[in-house]
Design a protein around this ligand. Structure first.
Ligand code: 76R
Length: 249
């Protein structure tokens, strides 16, 4: 049987997509719109200042949605509560939820277990690098890209049957491609096996749209992506300071 790498988990993540019913929204008077936005803004403000965790609001480009909330919290229950709190706002009467994704920040220990000795999870969790991965601050950059992915198990290759050393080597190559984009891209890998329809969520925060495109392109050539990765729908968002930016034009 293939060796299972240890994983560390941190905050739970909900990517909550909302689509606005524009024709109904546009029929409202300016005063009604303002009232609805003010109520929803109070929800956003509440979400963005948690005791522990982090939230951010994005405007989604294209037909897949209009808004995306990213919520990070210590428990999945808090994510459910946030979803319901939005559903209780009047704005929810004008939105539907075309997509959502539940996952948990994850660090797989290919490198730590290769170094040997130090793979006691409680010890590793104290490391500041690990803390940053498991309890990430959402970077204040303008662009976000979210997509879910699996590692393929086909007739020819199967990630889950590949030798641990081989997987470690490929993950090392993957990490070194990723690090070339330091300063331009911050990645957030969230595991979703048993939680949602794909195996991982990939969230890339970018200073620009092009570094996102170029990183994803370059990674296609990494063995781990070329041979084993399959991807779900890509969602591109632009950070917005408030709902006004999206709803009031
Ligand atoms: O977190 C770390 O920096 C440690 C090294 C590392 C791990 C363990 C790392 C680095 N990744 C890891 C795990 Mn990643 N990553 C993706 C994608 O589009 C594609 O081809 C794949 C989607 C991108 C764009 C990306 C970016 N990574 C993982 C895992 C879990 C694998 C497992 O357990 O089997 C997945 C699914 C995954 C996918 N990765 C990096 C990046 C970037 C930019 C880095 C460098 C980060 C940095 O050093 O700051």
């Amino acid at each position: 049987m293939a060796e299972v790498p240890g994983t560390l988990e941190g905050w739970y993540a909900l990517h909550d997509f909302r689509r606005l019913d524009w024709p109904r929204w546009n029929k409202l008077s300016r005063a009604e719109q303002e009232e609805i936005v003010a109520e929803a803004a109070a929800f956003v403000q509440h979400a963005e200042s948690p005791a522990e965790g982090s939230s951010a609001l994005y405007s989604i480009i294209g037909h897949k949605a209009d808004l995306m909330f990213i919520h990070l919290r210590p428990t999945a229950d808090e994510l459910g509560a946030l979803e319901r709190a939005f559903n209780r706002t009047r704005l929810a009467e004008y939105t539907s939820q075309p997509y959502s994704y539940l996952s948990v920040t994850e660090l797989s220990l290919y490198e730590a277990s290769a170094r040997g000795g130090s793979d006691d999870p409680e010890e590793l969790k104290k490391n500041p690098f690990v803390q940053k991965r498991l309890k990430p601050a959402i970077p204040a950059v303008p662009y976000v890209c979210f997509y879910p992915m699996n590692k393929r198990r086909g007739e020819v290759v199967n990630w889950y049957a590949a030798d641990m050393e081989e997987r470690r080597r490929m993950m090392r190559e993957h990490g070194s491609t990723g690090r070339k984009y330091a300063g331009e891209i911050t990645q957030m890998i969230t595991g979703s096996m048993g939680l949602d329809d794909w195996e991982w969520g990939v969230t890339l925060f970018g200073t620009g749209m092009l570094p996102i495109k170029k990183l994803v392109y370059e990674m296609r050539f990494d063995e781990v992506s070329a041979k084993y990765a399959e991807f779900g729908a890509f969602h591109i968002g632009v950070r917005v300071a408030s709902l006004d930016d999206v709803l009031m034009g």
